[in-house]
Design a protein around this ligand. Structure first.
Ligand code: ZN
Length: 260
């Protein structure tokens, strides 16, 4: 393959190998940091907003709106295992209504990680909140809101695949598959998991995410070149409305400008 635009749709630091990094903050401080970093480098960094579910929702909504209007926030992120909330909790619906109206993506962490780290500042990391099954209801209630299930659902991959195949508005990212793959039976590489996800959910539904997964893992998948280009960047460009950024500047044409 020649040149491809790479958008890392799931990362917690700036990915120097990617053309565009989507920063998913965990915690309020990180949310503000991500905005600041994106302001300094708007063509490379896209900030998401971390929703603090313990804050009154009208205040969260205000903060989210400010982020969208002033800071280029494109989407929101939830971290359910320490936030102790299901995606289908009705108190989140005002946030979803706004996201649906504004075309923002809602990303939910899924899968059980940090197995040796059972508490976050004394709060138990409860596995039941990492199961994406509750996203089914949200996808029905907000059919025009785009939802991303992180890590292909992690150890709940089969549920995530069902939802992505079933709902037009449910997408999956590939981040951290290097952690989950060896824990499956039989163990699987990130490339094998990406191949399977494309076969089930379709090439338009998978977004390249990093956290140890690399563009090579996508390139090594047993899928078409067209599917690889979509997963590495063009699906994210479409979802986040980045056409302006992806086609702007020097030799950046049709979303293809980075040699692999
Ligand atoms: Zn992550």
């Amino acid at each position: 393959m020649e040149k491809n635009l790479i958008v890392n749709f799931h990362e917690h630091h700036v990915d120097k190998e990617a053309d565009i990094t989507v920063l998913l903050p965990v915690g309020k401080d990180n949310s503000l940091k991500a905005r600041q970093m994106a302001k300094e480098n708007p063509s490379k960094i896209i900030p998401f907003h971390y929703v603090d579910v313990n804050n009154p929702m009208d205040d969260e909504l205000r903060q989210l709106k400010r982020g969208v209007e002033r800071w280029g926030v494109k989407s929101v992120k939830f971290q359910p295992m320490d936030q102790h909330i299901y995606p289908s909790d009705k108190k989140l619906y005002p946030i979803y209504e706004y996201c649906e109206k504004m075309g923002l993506v809602v990303t939910w962490h899924a899968g059980v990680v940090d197995l040796g780290h059972k508490y976050e500042q004394g709060v138990p990391m409860l596995s039941k909140y990492c199961d994406p099954i509750h996203i089914d209801e949200v996808a029905f209630d907000f059919p025009d809101m785009n939802i991303c299930i992180a890590h292909l659902g992690g150890n709940y991959m089969y549920t995530a695949l069902v939802l992505a195949e079933k709902h037009e508005n449910v997408f999956l990212d590939t981040a951290f598959l290097c952690f989950f793959g060896p824990r499956f039976f039989p163990p699987a590489t990130p490339s094998a998991l990406i191949t399977h996800a494309v076969n089930v959910a379709g090439e338009d539904k998978i977004l390249y995410g990093g956290e140890g997964v690399t563009p090579k893992d996508v390139l090594d998948a047993d899928i078409t070149d067209e599917a690889k280009i979509k997963i590495l960047g063009m699906n994210a460009v479409k979802l986040l409305g980045l056409q302006g950024i992806a086609s702007g500047g020097n030799d950046k044409k049709n979303g293809t400008f980075l040699e692999l």
